[in-house]
Write a protein that binds this ligand. Structure first.
Ligand code: KG4
Ligand code: ZN
Length: 362
């Protein structure tokens, strides 16, 4: 069964073609990152309009990369929430038009469920075993809008056992990058700055007091009695630290030590978030006797997080390649395949739901 998956919930116009829920036939992503970067964050109005411009060429490329035509498509799937209303609408309307003209089933997929199903695509790749991961699975979905711990007890069976009480992890990365004068989106920039620390450390004998200050650990919000997260504290701590070492507000005079101090702060910030996300995911897996882990969402593209989870987990972990962690259409097509098996098919009344919930509360 060939499913076309469309994703436009935020700032990526993305279309993927997936066969039987697991075989990736194509995955085309038109990123709007450059468009929004000058504004330091996603501007919803600009996003909506750019989706309209990018949809047609992205769709055409996804079909040609998969070496299929529209007539070969057996169902059309689309993210209908959560996300930006105006952005979601272009995907949903495109999907409805296609399903109607092709006379094939229409599937409305939850964006967060899509992030989890990227793991099934990864499992279909050469790197992973051909078997499906065994249930129950402990899933961490960390993106620009969510940081959720989801217990998946079967296809379509999700329990929300932990979530952020304030900022999402991706949002925290994006804000931290802004404080440090790095680009947008912030996650990859923080990662790059943190990785650059290794190049500085070589000739690093005598630390100045300022550098000592920058190199000290930032706080972790463990909140020991819960699987919930909180990232606003470390974000504020980073801001104060940046002020203390003279990085914020950005100095008017060129500062020869700036890159090095930014690298130290980026490293400490990343360590704080990675520590907490890794520990809570593993604690959840133990508490609910999970048989495996799944990582999904843009933040799980983070190299340090991936490395820590693989190093610390006693359980097998499926971590999709970074391009399938950030928003894409293939993950929507993968999730839709299992949804179709359950008979959970939409009709022409399908609407966007910007705050579509996901998972039963624990
Ligand atoms: O899932 P996603 O592509 O879109 C949403 O559903 O929000 O996630 C985007 C988020 C952004 O906040 C971005 O900074 C973050 O994922 N991100 C990363 C990395 N790559 C993307 N965060 C940390 N490290 C990365 N390498
Ligand atoms: Zn996402």
């Amino acid at each position: 069964m060939l499913i076309l998956g469309i994703e436009t919930s935020c700032d990526e116009t993305a279309v993927g073609v997936v066969e039987d829920g697991r075989l990736l036939r194509s995955n085309v992503i038109a990123s709007q990152a450059a468009l929004h970067a000058v504004h330091g964050g996603v501007v919803p109005e600009l996003a909506s309009r750019q989706h309209i411009r990018d949809m047609q060429p992205t769709l055409n490329r996804a079909l040609s990369d998969a070496e299929v035509t529209l007539e070969d498509v057996d169902a059309v799937a689309v993210t209908h929430g959560p996300g930006l209303a105006g952005a979601l609408i272009s995907g949903v309307n495109t999907a409805k038009a296609l399903a109607m003209t092709l006379n094939v089933p229409l599937l409305g997929v939850n964006h967060l469920e899509g992030h989890i199903y990227a793991a099934w695509l990864a499992a279909a790749s050469d790197a992973a075993p051909a078997d499906e991961p065994g249930f129950p699975l402990a899933c961490l979905v960390a993106s620009g809008g969510h940081t959720d711990l989801i217990l998946m007890e079967g296809h379509g069976d999700y329990r929300l056992v932990g979530r952020t009480r304030d900022d999402a992890a991706g949002e925290a990365f994006d804000k931290a990058a802004r404080v440090l004068g790095l680009g947008f989106p912030g996650g990859p920039e923080i990662q790059k700055a943190a990785e650059s620390l290794a190049t500085f450390d070589e000739d690093d004998e005598n630390h100045s007091p300022r550098e000592e200050q920058a190199a000290a650990a930032l706080p972790r919000a463990w909140m020991r009695d819960t699987l919930d997260f909180s990232f606003s504290g470390v974000k504020t701590a980073l801001l104060h630290r940046a002020q203390d070492v003279g990085l914020y507000p950005p100095p008017e005079m060129a500062d020869p030590d700036a890159d090095r101090l930014v690298a130290r702060l980026a490293h400490q910030f990343q360590e704080s978030l990675v520590d907490v996300m890794t520990a809570k995911l593993l604690a959840m897996a133990e508490r609910y006797h999970a048989r495996g882990l799944i990582l999904g969402g843009g933040v799980t593209a983070n190299a340090r997080l991936r490395q820590r989870v693989l190093a610390d987990s006693p359980l097998p972990a499926v971590i999709p390649p970074p391009v399938l962690c950030t928003d894409n259409g293939a993950m929507i097509a993968a999730g839709a395949f299992y949804q179709y098996q359950r008979g959970d098919v939409a009709d022409m009344t399908l609407d966007v739901d910007p705050s579509l919930p996901f998972g039963q509360p624990a």
